[in-house]
Design a protein around this ligand. Structure first.
Ligand code: ASP
Length: 744
């Protein structure tokens, strides 16, 4: 039997028992002739002891154990001596005296420490070795939390009568406002499947199919720019119900979320139950956000009424053009330095504000660059509306409603952080309702659906559809947790004519609608029940529950910020034949690919053998030699210079110093200047210190110092500071054909 117990099971009650344990060597300590090992598995740690007087053979083997070796031991459970107990461990009262040991597998030294969780390792390294990263406690706990949450959700939904139905991954596009991932259809040349942005249309079709209550833990795909809470593929708790209105959807989701918090986070406090509701308009007015963090106040004011006739044209003109003037009073903000005030103004500008005015409130006199344009009555009115007191600062933005609110809303969030106003022990849930059905798409310069085109308008707003579509509210709701939009949904249109009308407003022609959504319109002709639903961004919920600042921490195998899987090295260049078979052609140039992939592809194409060495980030040749375990002599250092006749790459052994005057003489160049970091990046897409010696790939001349040939194999940073390659010197010569020179 491999094991009788896990590494988290043994307590005083097993003292004297013979046990088998398996796991990884977490730490190893030598103490006065004894070897102590903390043995780790998914469940925990157990201290095991090797004593030569008990079994000398095992002791000798233990002497050779290193971190992350996989072992099996058999031994006897005994009480730890007084003073050696560890109350933090479940197994802290006991240890196992080892009789026999089996080394099940050895391990290379991991690229980062696994046993210590305090220090965060560079993320790209963690992502590359995700299977090692997941061995760390923090990551494992996140995965366990994720599992528990999904299990509880499934049980809850089942209990409520929902059916879990799988929907396909290869579908026809479903519009949710993002770019879609395409999959070429080999059997149908020139056509594509689309990966679902969500199962939206399918779940609505399941309602037409009479499934009544559907849910799915569904994978969704959106090809958009990555952020801290976004991933190109992510998981939703997706649901849809028939014969329901907003109240029914809110009720079931609220009960589920509260159950999850109470069971998984018993120490946290839910800010308010039942969950408060706020309309989209009110959320924007008060918090400057459609997903407000209500764990703290700092609410915005609307001072439009007070300044609508102001001499100060920035205010009055904005209001005339249907805009608003919004203010944010910051208690004690009068002490902000000039540069702090500038920083907040810059933040407001990032979110679209043209500028942000301020007034510092004094006992008698106030300070503000705009004071001279405002009447005393206006200033008093602003102070009264914002409830400002001496020592406070008031920030003011005049703009269209959304821009004014959102820019100040983001200043509000930054201030909440600065003044540490957020109680981390709170879970603040909120429903945001009554979203506008449409919005003005600035990029498209046209009306667009705020959510998706299947949302039902409010009954009393249907009459506005023709004349004032932007005023129409949707029967849509978002679920917000601690300022994160964790869910969103709506009651759907189930009437074919109304759906057609919405398509018309969105300028989707009849032909286009038929082409894209013909299946929906057709299905709606066969008795579609009234229905509605919602989807949770499940990763975001886990992220909030785990208190993690970024979504990648709660996804076992996430993509990085550039949407790459660093562990699998995806996306990757595919063999030409495979691409052809798909009836597609790529217009991408090799320059668009990362320098590492580019080089790899080049070596593969030439059937050149190379060894890929991955390591922690390095800058200098000395660091590189150390982490790679190679010599300084064999390191090929590539430097690019600007000369009279253009750019030149020199390659020398890192053990030798380049002699610049020799290079100058050789090239008959009066100048020899290092490329600036920007220029270097422009040419090579490599950072300083990471340039590989294949100058031919950058289409520049290469001079290689003759001393490099003293090595059978050379190593170099392969276009990134965490990847190196080792190749035969002779292969290098053949592929690059450099001029061999004496430049050291
Ligand atoms: N499909 C929508 C989304 O992914 C959610 C819904 O309306 O149910 O945002």
């Amino acid at each position: 039997m491999f094991r009788t117990h896990t590494c988290n099971e043994l307590t005083k009650s097993e003292i004297g028992t013979e046990v088998n344990l398996c796991g990884w060597v977490n730490t190893r300590r030598d103490h006065g002739g004894l070897i102590f090992i903390d043995l780790r598995d998914r469940y925990g740690l157990t201290q095991v002891v090797f004593d030569p007087s008990n079994n000398n053979n095992s002791f000798k083997i233990a002497d050779k154990l290193r971190s992350e070796f996989v072992i099996k031991i058999s031994g006897t459970v005994r009480e730890r001596p007084e003073g050696m107990r560890n109350s933090k461990l479940n197994t802290g009262e006991i240890e196992v005296l080892v009789n026999d040991i089996d080394v099940l597998n050895k391990s290379k030294t991991p690229p980062f420490e696994i046993c210590k969780t305090k220090k965060e390792h560079p993320e790209d390294l963690r992502l590359r070795y995700r299977y090692l990263d997941l061995r760390r406690d923090k990551m494992k706990n996140n995965i366990v939390l994720r599992h528990k949450m999904i299990k509880m959700i499934r049980d809850f939904m089942d209990n409520e009568g929902f059916l879990e139905v799988e929907t396909p991954i290869l579908i026809k596009g479903t519009p949710e406002g993002s770019r879609e991932y395409l999959v070429p259809a080999r059997l149908h040349p020139g056509t594509f499947y689309v990966l679902p942005q969500s199962p939206q249309q399918l779940k609505q079709l399941l309602m037409v199919a009479g499934m009544d209550k559907y849910f799915q833990i569904a994978r969704c795909f959106r090809d958009e720019d990555q952020r801290g809470d976004r991933q190109p593929e992510f998981t939703q708790l997706d649901m849809e119900m028939s014969f329901v209105d907003t109240e029914d959807i809110i009720d079931i989701n609220e009960r589920l979320m509260i159950r999850l918090i109470e069971e998984l986070l018993p120490d946290k406090k839910i800010l308010k139950k039942p969950v408060p509701r706020i309309t989209w308009h009110e959320a924007m007015e008060k918090y400057g956000s459609d997903k407000p963090d209500t764990r703290f106040g700092l609410e915005l004011s609307n001072i439009s009424e007070i300044v609508k006739n102001s001499e100060f044209k920035v205010f009055s003109d904005t209001i005339k053009k249907d805009g608003v003037v919004k203010a944010l009073r910051v208690e004690d903000g009068g002490s902000f330095t000039r540069s702090e005030i500038d920083k907040y103004e810059e933040l407001a500008q990032i979110y679209g504000a043209k500028g942000m005015a301020n007034i510092i409130i004094g006992e008698k006199e106030h300070k503000s660059p705009i004071l001279k344009f405002l009447s005393d009555k206006e200033v008093e009115g602003i102070i009264k509306e914002t409830e400002a007191k001496p020592g406070d600062i008031i920030f003011i933005v005049a703009d269209d409603f959304v821009t004014a609110c959102e820019s100040l809303g983001n200043v509000r969030l930054a201030l909440g952080e600065k003044f540490e106003l957020i109680d981390e022990n709170l879970m603040a849930l909120l429903w945001v309702t009554d979203f506008p059905l449409f919005e003005w798409g600035k990029e498209e310069n046209a009306i667009t659906a705020s959510h998706h085109p299947f949302c039902m308008p409010h009954d009393e707003d249907i009459k506005l559809l023709d004349k004032e579509p932007l005023k129409v509210r949707a029967k849509a709701y978002d679920f917000v947790l601690n300022g994160s939009e964790v869910g969103g949904g709506s009651i759907r249109i189930h009437d074919r004519d109304l759906q057609k009308k919405i398509f018309e407003i969105l300028k989707i022609s009849e032909d286009d609608a038929k082409d894209r959504f013909g299946h929906m319109l057709k299905a709606f002709e066969y008795g579609a029940p009234p229905h509605g639903g919602i989807a949770w961004g499940l990763d975001r919920v886990v992220m909030q529950f785990a208190g993690e600042p970024n979504i990648r921490e709660v996804i076992p195998f996430p993509k990085d910020q550039k949407a790459r899987d660093l562990m699998l090295d995806a996306p990757s260049v595919m063999p030409e034949e495979t691409v052809k078979e798909m009836h597609i052609m790529t217009t991408a140039k090799m320059d668009d690919v990362s320098p590492f992939m580019n080089l790899k592809e080049f070596l593969n194409k030439n059937h050149t053998h190379f060894e890929h060495l991955e390591h922690e980030p390095v800058i200098t040749s000395e660091q590189a030699a150390k982490v790679r375990g190679t010599t300084l002599e064999q390191a090929a250092k590539a430097i690019i210079f600007e000369t009279d006749t253009g750019k030149v790459m020199t390659v020398v052994s890192a053990a030798n110093k380049i002699n610049e005057s020799k290079v100058k003489d050789l090239l008959k160049s009066s100048k020899l200047t290092l490329l600036t970091e920007e220029k270097l990046f422009e040419l090579t897409k490599c950072k300083k210190g990471a340039v590989h010696p294949f100058g031919n790939l950058f289409k520049i001349k290469v001079l290689t110092d003759k001393k490099l040939k003293n090595n059978d194999e050379i190593v170099f940073n392969a276009g990134s500071n965490i990847d190196s390659m080792k190749i035969k010197y002779s292969d290098y010569l053949e592929l690059v054909k450099p001029e061999i020179v004496d430049i050291t």
